[in-house]
Design a protein around this ligand. Structure first.
Ligand code: AMP
Length: 125
């Protein structure tokens, strides 16, 4: 069920629980500001979720409130993870769903990184 991205941060969301170590994840990358792990229900051979460690509901929330250090770390981590996955030359896709129309289901900002096969059109027609 898509969420309203304007709501206050919900500390009980599944990615908050992963960050607290209450729920396991298949970790791909971690630094002071960022965690990345494999999606539990992948739709491409590489399907990684990259999240900030801070409590941000969505891209809207993160872009408005995050520090320069958090934003820089997040952007650089996504690039690094893609390079380390060997995804740059064949190509990859980044996707951040925001709110109801975006189809966002987990209310903690996450960027999907898809790679490993031709990914088709950006949206279904
Ligand atoms: P979105 O629709 O953009 O909010 O995507 C949420 C994503 O989180 C989906 O692709 C789910 O498969 C993924 N997901 C949900 N729970 C977990 C989990 N415990 N570990 C890894 N990925 C998850």
């Amino acid at each position: 069920m898509p969420i309203d991205a304007t709501l206050a941060y919900d500390e009980s969301n599944i990615f908050a629980r992963i960050l607290r170590g209450e729920v396991p994840c298949s970790k791909v990358y971690e630094d002071d500001h960022v965690l990345a792990f494999n999606d539990i229900n992948p739709i491409a051979p590489t399907h990684v979720l990259v999240i900030p460690k801070g409590a941000y509901v969505s891209w809207d929330d993160f872009s408005g409130r995050a520090s320069e250090a958090e934003i820089a770390a997040f952007v650089r981590a996504i690039g690094l993870i893609a390079r380390e996955a060997g995804a740059v030359e064949p190509g990859y896709r980044l996707l951040a769903n925001v709110g109801t129309h975006g189809g966002q289901e987990v209310p903690h900002l996450h960027v999907h990184l898809f790679a490993g096969r031709p990914l088709g059109p950006m949206l279904a027609r």
